[in-house]
Design a protein around this ligand. Structure first.
Ligand SMILES: *Cc1c(COP(=O)(O)O)cnc(C)c1O
Length: 365
């Protein structure tokens, strides 16, 4: 029977493969969910701040009403924190939404977008979903080769995606290099600078990227509450840019793209700076623990600027399956062109230990 045709470029999309939920693994492998350790999606192992949970409980009383489609209170908090104007902000259903909105407002069939090899999987997806062509620029030591990315920009290029730090590699480009890159990009090309792990960077490593926005009207920043703030399930992120670019993205978003619980949670999360600072400190300790353990096992890894580590285990598909059978969920990254590697999110100390011990057994070391 005939079915509606559907767009060719949509048929060619390779759907995003998320980290396996604990419940799925428990069901498939007949494991007790409480014994499973999930280090697969770069979530904050501490969970959100208790103040966030209280804010969500209070906001739950109002869920019969539509959320504030303009995000008044959250934008207020962001404006104060970042010293930007309300009209420079875009709120998203996760920062994934921000990336999609940028592609919706700036890419059409026949255009191209530039991104790096081993960069976050949503860039090719958001590009292909618009019927645009992705230009993948070979990585340098697994990280972004910004000079090559500049050189790859063509007359039909409308968007460049840069992840700093990048997921899944954990690589990071120095702020001065990133700024020089932005400056070298033609002003009619939108640079989407994805800073999903911004809060995990040490203050000295952080770019003053919000200040760049004032100098470079073709720059758009993307940030999220999913990682260091621990709100992944609520789906909330935001973008910062010139008022012109923000206006473009706000035109194509859904009127109520960010739900009320997420808005309330994000306001409370922003206010609890001590919780984020503590999360960053624990993450640093977790990274040190993972590095030491991997080194002991003779497993090469990439030093990370995020809350995860890329580890070279050899036959990663086999090791991944063996870890799953032992109730440890990590992230295979063959889809990123890294078939010998696994990405391990930093967990609580005991979770990191469990991963290392199980990996040691599997590798026979
Ligand atoms: C996790 C992640 C995101 C998006 O996460 P959201 O939950 O949609 O905010 C964006 N970019 C990178 C590089 C990420 O790792």
């Amino acid at each position: 029977m005939a079915t509606p045709t559907g767009l060719d470029y949509v048929k060619k999309l390779a759907p995003y493969i998320p980290g396996k939920p604990v419940d799925d693994v428990a069901r498939e492998l007949h494991l007790d969910p409480s014994t499973i350790v999930k280090l697969a999606s770069n979530e904050n192992p501490r969970g959100p701040s208790p103040k966030v949970l209280a804010a969500i409980a209070a906001a739950a009383a109002e869920i019969t009403r539509y959320p504030d489609g303009y995000g008044y209170h959250l934008k207020d908090a962001l404006c104060t924190r970042l010293r930007v104007e309300r009209a420079q902000l875009v709120l998203g259903n996760g920062s994934n939404d921000i990336l999609e909105l940028a592609s919706m407002a700036y890419l059409k069939p026949g255009d191209s977008a530039v991104y790096a090899q081993h960069a976050f999987a949503v860039y090719p997806l958001a590009t292909q979903a618009r019927g645009a062509t992705g230009i993948e620029v070979p990585a340098r030591e697994l990280g972004h080769d910004l000079a090559a990315m500049r050189a790859a920009i063509r007359p039909d290029t409308r968007v460049v995606f840069v992840a700093n730090p990048n997921n899944p590699t954990g690589t990071w480009s120095r702020p001065a290099e990133v700024e020089a890159f932005i400056d070298a990009v033609p002003r009619d090309v939108l640079v989407v600078l994805d800073e999903a792990y911004h809060e995990y960077l040490e203050p000295a490593e952080r770019a003053d990227s919000v200040a760049w926005v004032a100098r470079y009207p073709h720059l758009f920043l993307s940030r999220t509450f999913s990682k260091a703030y621990g709100l992944a399930a609520l789906r909330i992120g935001y973008g910062i840019g010139s008022t012109d670019v923000a206006d473009m993205l706000n035109r194509v978003r859904q009127p109520f793209n960010v739900n009320a619980l997420a808005q309330a949670a994000a306001v409370a999360a922003l206010a609890d700076t001590a919780y984020v600072d503590e999360s960053r400190a624990r993450n640093r300790e977790g990274l040190v623990q993972l590095y030491a353990g991997l080194q002991k096992l003779g497993v090469p890894y990439v030093p990370s600027h995020g809350n995860f580590v890329l580890a070279k285990v050899g036959d990663a598909a086999r090791v991944d399956q063996a870890l799953l059978r032992e109730g440890v969920i990590v992230r295979p990254v063959a889809g990123y062109g890294l078939p010998e590697w696994l990405r391990v999110s930093v967990g609580l100390p005991e979770e990191n230990e469990r991963l290392l011990a199980t990996l040691g057994q599997i590798l026979g070391r």
